[in-house]
Design a binder for this molecule. Structure first.
Ligand SMILES: [Zn+2]
Length: 289
């Protein structure tokens, strides 16, 4: 059955040295927040990043990957789930049950404990777009406690550098660097062209520190979890947004006053639906999932 949702955007984000990166972005309109998921196409297989939110987009993202497989003969090798927010894993049960899924142990534990509860919380809002089941990632990405705390692996001839970033947009977020392509998969640590999902001021301060390391890195393309792939100018704009939000909160702005201030200050940013998701959590102590 054809989807009644607006069509997604599909694009080839980078193509170099026998590798191609594909990005799939769900709608920007209505309650949608331009969820972006990605395919790293190597010489022999595909690696997927995150699983989309709504059922129809999860299916369409899977169809996109299957099309690439059909055209190139390269199967899906695995999928990385970067963090536990529902807009990144709800689609897994719909379209990626048969795929090997990897995540941080903290993300896996959370889904085991609260995944079903998260689905119940969203059922009434999402209706038929809600997932019917929780899929728990079967493989842990364990970052050794070295200095720096990274795990480097070669997949299909490409270096993948895994880092865990703590207490920013979320408590635990996996970042995947692809230094050979100068690409960093940062997902929700950049909201590209969109309003950001804001967290407590101390977490926003950690978030800014992380983005500053990205600004000084050799990466030149950042795959965002919402919106289009970003350059360093957009990373710097995210830093500025986070700093402005911290000042506004320190000045006493709360709730709808805060939202109106940010909308006036950033009229060019898209997906204002995000305010209604995080404002009750940031200012009114609502549950964080
Ligand atoms: Zn997200």
């Amino acid at each position: 059955m054809a989807s009644t949702l607006p069509p997604p955007i599909r694009l080839i984000t980078r193509q170099t040295g026998g590798y191609r990166i594909h990005t799939f972005i769900s709608a920007y309109t209505g309650n949608n927040i331009a969820d972006a998921t990605h395919i790293i196409e190597g010489p022999t297989s595909l690696v997927l990043i995150d699983g989309q939110f709504l059922k129809d987009y999860a299916r369409q993202f899977r169809e996109y990957a299957d099309e690439v497989t059909e055209q190139t003969g390269k199967p899906i090798d695995r999928l990385y789930l970067t963090h536990r927010h529902p807009d990144h894993w709800f689609g897994l049960g719909t379209a990626f049950k048969d795929v090997r899924i990897y995540a941080l142990p903290e993300t896996i534990d959370f889904l085991k404990e609260h995944g079903q509860e998260q689905i119940c919380d969203h059922n009434s809002k999402l209706g038929e777009q809600a997932p019917s089941e929780v899929v728990i990632p079967q493989y842990s990405v364990i970052i050794p406690p070295n200095d720096p705390q990274i795990l480097e692996q070669s997949i299909d001839g490409l270096r993948y550098v895994f880092t865990m970033v703590k207490e920013t947009e979320i408590d635990f977020h996996m970042i995947i660097g692809l230094p050979d392509l100068q690409v960093c998969i940062v997902q929700d640590l950049i909201y590209s062209g969109n309003h950001l999902y804001l967290t407590a001021p101390e977490d926003m301060a950690n978030w800014v520190r992380f983005l500053e390391t990205m600004l000084l890195s050799d990466y030149d393309l950042f795959l965002a979890g919402h919106g289009q792939p970003a350059d360093k100018i957009e990373v710097a704009r995210n830093v500025e947004y986070l700093l402005a939000a911290q000042v506004a909160i320190a000045d006493g702005l709360r709730g709808d006053y805060f939202k109106q201030y940010m909308l006036r200050r950033y009229p060019e940013r898209l997906c204002p639906a995000i305010f209604d998701i995080y404002l009750p959590r940031l200012f009114d102590g609502a549950s964080s999932y």
